[in-house]
Design a protein around this ligand. Structure first.
Ligand SMILES: Nc1ncnc2c1ncn2[C@@H]1O[C@H](COP(=O)(O)OP(=O)(O)O)[C@@H](O)[C@H]1O
Ligand SMILES: [Mg+2]
Length: 255
């Protein structure tokens, strides 16, 4: 692939420093690229730096050093008020779906919000919301529900609809299905796969479960202690893991 990637990181690092405590090197020189329409998994054990990586990509956390490029443009230190452009391209879905919504507002309000903020009319936003809910496997009547009234799986589907509303090129899912029970998790993963292919959406799918990304993400990056220790086509990495840590992950995934 020769085109400029949507997102590229160069030697990205994050060190958490606290008075009287040892420094925590959460991300230790991560370099990777995510191209248009590509689905990439970021896999690794708890505390290896996956969420911190994701949070740096969407500027919820500032990088300590290294660079983040959006279509070749350095956004590592762009000012907060310039972040709208980033969020037009890149959206994120979190593990806890209710965190995406205001508990006092309907799901429909949450989904339409980004569109209304971008100057879309109320009528158009309503049509788009219906369409997005359907794409995410929910009846349009869910627009009138409050986050507290729906199940975790339904709320996560609505959160995905909300993230897709502004038409991002890249969706980052940070353990987005990890809190759901296995059946619901599989359904949401299948739905995400369909959406990814239909929209030619790029996906950065973060999870701790290597088995889940099999047959779902084209490429996988394996993270250990803040470093990407192995990276390649998912099928190849699973069949012939090179790094000792990946080999352990593959064994646990099979168990
Ligand atoms: N805000 C923070 N302050 C201090 N340490 C943090 C903070 N966020 C994460 N960490 C630490 O950084 C490391 C990586 O965490 P995280 O990125 O959440 O890992 P993962 O998502 O892979 O489980 C962990 O040791 C964690 O305790
Ligand atoms: Mg995490």
């Amino acid at each position: 692939m020769e085109r400029t990637p949507i997102l590229e990181t160069c030697d990205l690092r994050k060190v958490f420093r606290a008075k009287g405590k040892d420094d925590i090197v959460a991300v230790d020189g991560a370099s990777f690229q995510i191209h248009v329409g590509q689905s990439v998994a970021l896999v690794g054990g708890s505390g290896c730096g996956k969420s911190t990586t994701a949070r740096m990509l969407v500027r919820l956390t500032d990088a300590t050093s290294g660079r983040i490029l959006l279509h070749g443009r350095d956004i590592t230190h762009t000012r907060r008020r310039e972040l709208r452009t980033l969020y037009d391209h890149v959206q994120m879905v979190f593990q806890n779906p209710t965190s995406s919504f205001d508990p006092r507002r309907t799901l429909g309000h949450g989904i339409a919000e980004g569109l209304l903020n971008r100057g879309v009319s109320k009528a158009e936003a309503r049509i788009a919301t219906t369409d997005l809910l359907e794409q995410c496997g929910l009846d349009p009547s869910f627009a009138d529900h409050y986050p507290g009234e729906v199940s975790g799986g339904q709320c996560q589907r609505a959160a995905i609809a909300r993230a897709l509303a502004v038409g991002p090129e890249l969706l980052i899912c940070d353990e987005a299905t990890s809190a759901l029970d296995v059946t619901v998790q599989n359904l949401v993963v299948r739905m995400l796969g369909d959406i990814q292919r239909n929209r030619r959406l790029a996906l950065l799918f973060i999870c701790h479960d290597l088995a889940l990304v099999q047959g779902f993400c084209e490429r996988v990056m394996v993270m250990q202690a803040g470093r990407i220790v192995e990276e390649g086509p998912t099928a190849g990495v699973l069949a012939h893991p090179q790094h000792e840590y990946t080999q352990r992950l593959v064994l646990t995934a099979r168990a």
